[in-house]
Design a protein around this ligand. Structure first.
Ligand code: NAI
Length: 327
């Protein structure tokens, strides 16, 4: 049998955590042959609730579960971790300014970055889900100087999946017929969901939909889907976010299929004019634990404007956390 993989999940008692842990334990993330040691990190006030989730995980008697532990100390939670799902974050409270939010999350992700630096396994990989996800990933990476920055990624797979679903609904094609949708930029309303290179049943998606639908309906629908879910469901996306986090990590570990890519926010290497180091979403291909930003795509004037606007927002978030001494 394969060696167990140690997976640390932060924010384990939250709503995404609850939707995530059982699926990881069932093998949905790393595969049906790979045992998992789950390490759950929570704040002290929520550690007991996380213990309750552990009781339920036990009661599932998942054959792949090789360990279940709850921690309120990041150093212990990340000790030996191969995979980190960084979900726990400080939500914006009433009257909280953006700078307060960045500072509160900076405190969380700098401490976790240090813990990862000191204790995680050599092949450690992280996906940051907690918002502002891209900048939180940047903060964590900058506190883990001994871990390659490329291992700190942020989740835009939910935006990617939302884009696939909207294109499928519009064209009447099954989601399985859709390839090469891309999300660029920040996981925020400024993101650019891009179907310029997408195919539906092997043909160009742009042959099936017109530019006015793309600019007037598709892009705003995907970019504001989080708010739509809150208004309809009465709570923020949870199971869909957990599903996307699982897909993000599964694809990173096992690879994208031939003729397709995924979207991941990764530290830029300067590709497509995105300043080096900013954690920005790109189309990426993955294979066996590595990823590569897809190169050589034509970027239209429209796309350039959308990407630049979202990247400008990322740069301003980076400047704000730099001003706070967090990167
Ligand atoms: P939640 O509020 O239900 O759960 C968050 C949990 O994190 C809480 O149990 C809290 O105690 C815990 N937590 C806070 N600080 C922590 C710390 N320092 N260490 C460990 N745990 C800590 O929130 P939910 O709905 O589970 O969402 C989690 C995050 O994911 C939020 O920041 C949300 O904005 C973000 N999100 C991101 C998405 C994306 O596409 N990137 C999509 C949906 C949500």
């Amino acid at each position: 049998p394969a060696a167990p993989v140690t997976v640390t999940v932060t924010g384990a008692a939250g709503q995404i955590g609850y939707a995530l842990l059982f699926r990881i334990a069932s093998g949905a993330m790393l595969g049906p042959e790979v045992p998992v040691r789950l390490r759950l990190l929570e704040v002290p006030a929520a550690a007991r609730a996380a213990e309750g989730t552990v009781l339920e995980l036990m009661d599932c008697a998942f054959p792949l579960v090789a360990g279940l532990d709850v921690f309120d100390d990041p150093a212990k939670a990340f000790d030996g971790a191969n995979v980190g799902l960084l979900v726990g974050a400080r939500p914006r409270g009433p009257g909280m300014e953006r700078a307060d939010l960045l500072a509160a999350n900076g405190g969380i992700f700098s401490v976790q970055g240090r813990a990862i630096n000191d204790g995680a396994a050599g092949d450690f990989k992280a996906v940051v889900v907690g918002n502002p996800a891209n900048t939180n990933a940047l903060i964590a990476a900058s506190h883990a100087p001994d871990v390659p920055a490329s291992r700190f990624t942020a989740m835009t797979r939910l935006d990617h999946d939302r884009a696939v679903a909207q294109l499928a609904a519009k064209t009447g094609a099954p989601v399985s017929a859709i390839r090469k949708v891309a999300i660029w930029g920040n996981h925020s309303a400024s993101q650019y969901p891009d179907i310029t290179h997408a195919t539906v049943d092997g043909g160009p998606a742009t042959d099936l939909v017109d530019q006015s639908w793309i600019a007037g309906e598709f892009i705003p629908r995907v970019a504001k889907r989080g708010a739509e879910i809150i208004s309809v469901r009465g709570g923020s996306s949870a199971a869909s976010a957990a599903n996307a986090a699982i897909a993000h990590m599964r694809l990173w570990v096992h690879g994208t299929r031939a003729g397709d890519w995924t979207s991941m926010a990764v530290p830029s290497d300067g590709s497509y004019g995105v300043p080096e180091g900013l954690v920005s979403s790109f189309p990426v291909t993955t294979a066996a634990g590595d990823y590569n930003i897809v190169q050589g795509l034509d970027i239209s004037v429209f796309a350039r404007g959308r990407i630049d606007a979202s990247v400008a927002e990322l740069a301003s978030e980076r400047d704000a956390v730099k001003g706070l001494g967090l990167v």
